[in-house]
Design a protein around this ligand. Structure first.
Ligand code: NDP
Ligand code: 2IT
Length: 446
């Protein structure tokens, strides 16, 4: 890191105390950008990074709701409107007890870069709440979503800010949120993505993040003259992203042998396919927050409190949450011969873990490139909403596939151009930064 970048990082820490995930996300980007900042001094003189690090707007609000027993609960709601240089703020909503301002700032920051890579005109944002969906009834979830939207609706709109799902927010929650928005605004618009197919949603959006991760990994494997056929794959998580990834790996001839949750991981040596993939939807919908039931249902081994990174696999797809691959986990994967780590979750690997992969020379892609298929397909949903014309499944899937291949190529060519061939982290960070930074320069001091 050069002196300018070091000072910037120190300022970020001083100005945003108690937000370690945000510091981590910024640090990873800054490390990649050192060479760019040296070649192009206009970015530092115009304080582009200082501006990018500061959200354009942060909204925090009270979300009161009543449970089925009549007890009142107060949660905190957020929307971080991070950067609108290349389009309306776009990014998911996360409902999880671990949600804090710092977590959402890290996610919003990453989203700005990810959305730039999709080639679609979308700025970056993220939101959510520390609400815990675990063990809640459908009616409680609905009341919470309605209360959340009573405040959020005035800040969003199809040309302003378009939220979607993330951890704890899937089709059901998007439905309740959309219904409430429509009552408040008396408008049917594409204000949210991930909608139901009969009311403006796009085909393939539910599968898109997981499919996109696997399309990206396929391109990575191609650079080593191989493919998914016969590969053994570890997946973490069991939610929306994991579900899409398992389907696509299986379709391409690979075998997924693990899933994980906060309770531990399951090892299924026969491979997760057919009815087992459908069972994942039940697990996610049960609100129980656990994968042990899978092991009981299909009589396979369950490892309580453990992560799947000690299993011998060819490919690892972390699809659960941030910081789930630490240095030791990364070493374990490398030791067992894993050749490719492609992130479905946002920032699942720590900076130390990423360095282990880079030093070992294995293929490693950061989520902001490899999981961009979800938000890219959200962008395609926005296009269809604007045209008021739904595209067939094949059309959306073809566009998603093309976008993922293009992002892969952008990472490769940019990494090479800036002196670190094969480094997807540098390729993604630099390409995305240049796009957003140049748009900001064009638009003056904003
Ligand atoms: P889901 O809610 O569908 O699933 C999340 C999964 O992660 C579940 O298995 C969940 O278990 C687990 N999980 C969540 N928090 C923790 C935690 N603190 N510790 C251990 N496990 C945890 O979410 P998604 O599949 O949508 O999201 C998964 C990841 O992918 C996230 O990092 C998200 O940001 C990212 N992502 C999502 C996209 C999307 O379109 N949905 C797009 C791009 C990235 P449990 O439910 O038991 O907590
Ligand atoms: O992290 C992500 O990219 C998402 N949760 C999807 C965001 C979106 O707007 O579709």
């Amino acid at each position: 890191m050069n002196e300018y970048v070091e000072k910037l990082m120190a300022d970020v820490k001083a100005k945003n105390p108690g937000e370690p995930e945000f510091h981590q996300a910024v640090e990873e980007v800054l490390e990649s950008l050192t060479v760019v900042l040296e070649r192009h001094t206009e970015y530092s003189s115009q304080k582009i990074l200082e501006r990018m690090i500061e959200p354009e707007r942060v909204i925090m609000f009270r979300v009161p709701w009543m449970d089925d027993q009549g007890e009142i609960h107060i949660n905190r709601g957020y929307r971080i409107e991070m950067n609108s240089a290349i389009g309306p703020y776009k990014g998911g909503l996360r409902f999880h007890p671990s949600v804090t301002l710092g977590i959402l700032k890290f996610l919003a920051f990453e989203q700005v870069f990810k959305n730039a890579l999709t080639t679609l005109p979308m700025g970056g944002g993220k939101g959510g709440s520390d609400f815990d969906p675990k063990g809640k009834s459908d009616n409680e979830i609905m009341r919470f979503c309605q209360s959340f939207m009573i405040e959020l609706y005035r800040h969003i709109g199809p040309n302003t800010d378009v939220p979607a799902g993330d951890i704890g927010v899937g089709a059901r929650e998007i439905g309740y949120l959309y219904g409430q928005y429509k009552r408040l605004k008396n408008e049917s618009t594409g204000v949210l993505t991930g909608k139901g197919i009969s009311w403006g949603g796009s085909l393939i959006r539910p599968e898109a993040t997981g499919f996109g991760v696997v399309y990206f990994a396929k391109e990575m494997l191609k650079t080593r003259d191989t493919d998914f056929d016969g590969k053994i794959v570890a997946v973490s998580g069991f939610g929306n992203v994991a579900w899409g990834a398992v389907q696509k790996v299986t379709e391409l001839g690979g075998k997924v042998v693990t899933l994980s949750g906060p309770d531990g991981f399951v090892y299924d040596p026969e491979g997760i396919k057919g009815e087992k993939i459908d069972y994942m939807l039940k697990l996610r919908a049960s609100n129980k927050d656990a994968v042990e039931d899978y092991a009981k249902e299909f009589k396979v081994e369950f490892f309580a409190g453990k992560k799947p990174w000690g299993v011998k696999v060819d490919v690892a797809l972390p699809c659960a949450t941030q910081n789930e691959i630490y240095e030791e986990d990364a070493k374990e994967l490398v030791k067992n011969g894993c050749m490719c780590v492609c992130e479905g979750a946002n920032m699942p690997t720590t900076i130390e873990g990423y360095k282990v992969f880079t030093e070992a020379g294995i293929l490693y892609a950061p989520g902001k490139a490899s999981n961009a298929g979800g938000v890219a397909t959200s962008g395609l949903e926005m296009s269809q909403n604007s045209m008021r014309l739904p595209w067939p499944r094949e059309e959306v899937d073809k566009r998603l596939h093309e976008i993922m291949t293009r992002i892969h190529n952008t990472c490769i060519t940019t990494a090479e151009k800036f002196g670190t061939p094969g480094n997807y982290v540098n390729g993604a960070n630099i390409a995305a930064f240049l796009k957003v930074a140049d748009a900001m320069l064009d638009q003056g001091l904003v």
